[in-house]
Design a protein around this ligand. Structure first.
Ligand code: SF4
Length: 257
């Protein structure tokens, strides 16, 4: 069985974070060229118990009484991992369990965001989450297909509709992630359309992501840092900075993956 909780680790964006994985490797509705987990082996939009949520909840309850939690409590419980977390039909009940068991911690969801347009019930399941980080890497269907290689049922139009629905109903923070690849989604025309979409969506933050680890596909790259900064400025966002552990905490950090 896949590992379902990992860390706490230092996340570039969230600080000390406990990762929660809800799906087997590598189950996703997209097959992004830049995916740092590798190529998608199960391309699906079917929501189900891809991993048994009862087992994940038992692991979280064990973790609550562990010295690992007492000695190094995370700031965030973060749904991320080996694929797309919203594919798990157990997401809502796991969120509720975390809220009750760990009232001091925040909950984050890193998602590609494609399923909000397909499953209205998802909006209820994520209601108690503090921060959602969805992705939008393309402003045209053509670029979406190239960069994100979606499941056949997922168009950019459906993805966009889901993001708009999320923004309308979700009351927590939304940080939109835009992954930039050289020669694929960084043309002036694409970025101008993307900026229009971002302005319309108006998330609390826009974060520009880039390749800092090996990707699923070889031969792709992100623009140099100076250009990423210009793109971030153009889109009204910030570049995610490289990973660094604050020196004072380096010794005490149990990094488990
Ligand atoms: S959505 Fe995330 S997990 Fe899925 S292929 Fe893209 S980067 Fe990988």
């Amino acid at each position: 069985m896949e590992k379902c909780i990992f860390g706490p680790i230092y996340s570039r964006r969230l600080g000390v974070s406990l990762g929660i994985n809800l799906v087997p490797y590598k189950t996703c509705s997209l097959n992004c060229l830049y995916c740092e987990c590798g190529e998608t082996t199960s391309l699906t939009i079917e929501r189900k118990e891809h991993l048994p949520s009862q087992w994940i909840m038992e692991e979280l309850i064990k973790y609550a009484s562990s010295s690992r939690f007492r000695n190094f409590p995370p700031l965030y419980f973060t749904f991320a991992g080996l694929g797309e977390p919203t594919l798990s039909s157990g997401l809502g009940k796991i969120v509720n369990l975390i809220k009750k068991t760990f009232p001091e911690q925040k909950i984050a969801l890193i998602t590609n965001g494609t399923l909000f347009g397909f499953y209205p019930e998802l909006l209820k399941e994520v209601k108690e989450i503090d921060l959602i980080i969805p992705s939008l890497d393309a402003a045209t269907e053509e670029t979406f297909k190239i960069v994100n290689q979606p499941h056949p049922a997922v168009s950019l139009a459906a993805h966009w509709e889901g993001l708009v629905r999320l923004k309308k109903h979700f009351t927590g923070e939304i940080w939109l992630e835009v992954f930039i690849l050289s020669g694929m989604n960084d043309s002036e025309a694409e970025l101008t359309l993307l900026r229009d979409k971002i302005n319309f969506l108006s998330p609390q933050r826009v974060q520009i992501n880039w390749l800092d680890r090996p990707a699923a596909y070889q031969g792709i790259q992100s623009p140099p840092f100076a250009r990423l900064k210009k793109i971030a400025q153009f889109l009204g966002g910030e570049v995610i900075l490289p990973f660094s552990i604050p020196p004072a905490r380096e010794q005490e950090t149990p990094v488990v993956s």
